[in-house]
Design a protein. Structure first.
Length: 356
């Protein structure tokens, strides 16, 4: 690895503010960023990224590379949760496996923002269409995760029913089989079954109307159609103060990660190793495969970091609706307290070096 690049990344002021946040938790400091401020800053960062991406996209012609980039991004968000689900299912419940698989198939907008800052330090610019790729990778992973849970939950219940019937036949008893608990796809009051298709449609709609996705897509469209001279008027807001807000946001993320890390590490070695090994695998493989889609180093780097990242905002929100049985105390800390810090410290220099 290029250790100069690693050291340069580790001494980046924005990253050091993240470390300060973790340190503040460990020394039990009362340092805290108000929740309302964090939400505002996160929306600002997405607005700035989306708007600048739309401006860049307006200056480029739509070509086959952009089309293939979008298709490649969607392919990644489908295949990653698919194979990670079967790895996770060997150690975890179907619900947790599906939720974690969806998180790692989806993307982290915050990691994307950090990657954009990393590229700027290298004096490289990624294509505006990569903002659209990021936004479009949210929903497919969530749908795949929920679909796999539904499929394998049904298979497990069918196998359990067969086992119950076999036990009764062996005992030669007339005692009726104990009824199973009411499935979570029933409404408690009317006792009417909710169609799995309707549930998937609801999750898909929620994925695209999620605040972070809507903000970045909306800003992308606005940046694309905005008059160039008029857009110059808000350039100080979208560009000049970007890194300052990013530093404050990463400080807040460091505080949040520090709070979740200790409890998560008590869950065992499997989740911790998964949260590091799978991002490395996804990022490195994508860094290589993206060469078949584009020759642009910056775009390939964005692909790698998107594949290596894990969602801890959109996916948890969707899983509360679709799979309330999934343990959010497991998949949120995996993404936020392990994968996110790994990617912005070691992961980004590693993927960048591999692409070069």
């Amino acid at each position: 690895m290029n250790f100069d690049l690693l050291i340069s990344n580790l001494t980046n002021p924005t990253l050091l503010f993240f470390v300060l946040g973790v340190f503040a938790v460990k020394v039990k400091s009362d340092l805290e960023i108000p929740a309302g401020s964090v939400k505002f800053i996160s929306l600002y960062l997405l607005l700035a990224i989306g708007f600048k991406g739309g401006q860049e996209l307006s200056h480029s012609e739509f070509n086959m590379e952009i089309l293939f980039s979008i298709l490649f991004g969607i392919f990644l968000s489908i295949i990653i949760p698919f194979y990670t689900f079967f790895i996770l299912k060997r150690k975890l419940s179907v619900y947790d496996a599906g939720a974690i698989a969806a998180a790692y198939g989806s993307v982290s907008a915050v990691t994307f923002v950090a990657a954009a800052s990393f590229l700027e330090a290298q004096k490289l610019a990624f294509g505006g269409h990569m903002v659209a790729v990021m936004a479009l990778m949210e929903a497919p992973a969530i749908v795949v995760g929920v679909a796999l849970i539904m499929i394998y939950r049904g298979k497990e219940k069918l196998a359990l029913r067969k086992n119950k019937s076999t036990e009764i036949d062996d005992e030669e008893t007339l005692t009726p089989v104990r009824s199973f608990p009411v499935d979570d796809t029933y409404d408690a009051a009317p006792r009417q079954r909710i169609s799995p298709t309707s549930k998937l449609i609801s999750i898909l709609v929620h994925s695209f109307t999620n605040g972070s996705v809507l903000m970045v897509l909306g800003s992308l469209v606005i940046g694309f159609i905005a008059d160039e001279k008029q857009a110059e008027g808000i350039k100080p807001f979208t560009t000049d103060i970007f890194k300052g807000f990013l530093a404050i946001f990463l400080l807040a993320m460091g505080i949040e990660s520090g709070k979740k890390l200790s409890a998560f590490l008590q869950t065992g070695w499997f989740a911790s190793l998964f949260a590091i090994i799978i991002p490395i695998f996804n990022g490195c493989i994508t860094a290589v495969l993206s060469g078949f889609v584009t020759d642009d180093i910056a775009n390939r780097f964005i692909f790698a970091i998107l594949a290596a990242s894990a969602s801890y905002i959109a996916v948890p929100a969707a899983m509360k609706i679709a799979v309330p049985q999934a343990n959010s105390g497991l998949f949120i800390p995996m993404a936020l307290a392990v994968t996110f810090p790994f990617n912005i410290t070691v992961g980004m220099p590693l993927y960048f070096m591999l692409i070069q």
